[in-house]
Design a protein around this ligand. Sequence first.
Ligand code: 6PG
Length: 253
Amino acid sequence: MNEVIWLTQLSFPALIDTLVERIEALLDEPHGTRIALAGGRTPRALLQQLRASGAPLHTLTLVPTDERWVSVHDAQSNEGMFRRELVAPLEAALQPRLVSLKTTAATPAEAVSEVARRLDLAVPGDFELTLLGMGADGHVASLFPGPPMTLGAIGDAPPRNTRGRARRWTSASCIAAVQPETGQPRLSLSLSRLLRTRALALLINGADKRRVLQAALADPIGELPVAQLLRSAQARGLNPAVYWTADESMELA
Ligand code: 6PG
């Protein structure tokens, strides 16, 4: 990476306060505010504090960076978590708009083109902020380590997934992927779509993830998704904010 990327270390409560302040500062955008937000445990406390902040969230369009191919009522669903922690408890007039990455298609590969269209209609331009977490294997969103699969034609039946190797099907803004450990089908925003943003922030927690990140930062040609993300971000003139908290739990209470 051509520039030094600084790691900001914060206590977990201070990290959440910082992120809420960053988001609140974006909410007076004249055309509304569009944020791509990570799934997993990372954003849960942020959503809770954002809800409690009383900020005018009705101008916010929120897009999960990726989705597990489960019902929105499933505890694994990122959209379900966004709805439970942020949208549902707010009165209708104050609720943000949530763009769903889930469809009725049996597999993400069959949904990629519909979700790409839905996303492009909801967020035709750049995000104001892309806020990502990172897995212990260096994945971001559902962009997992391993060679991408070039899509023949959208909707082709994806090849059998070789257990333990991520397989991907791509379109311009979305890809279908498989979580390598669990085999869980995923739909993810592509790297290029995640980087169509005015600001990028990466949140990591715990010593293990910090070691993975530092190894990725130290390897200028590394192929880990987090390394590709940060390198591509810099190439686009983005100065990614990387926040680290020692708190493994990512829970406020
Ligand atoms: C997901 C995410 C994923 C997540 C990281 C970190 O759907 O799981 O989008 O990329 O951000 O795996 O997950 P935790 O926050 O649970 O540690």
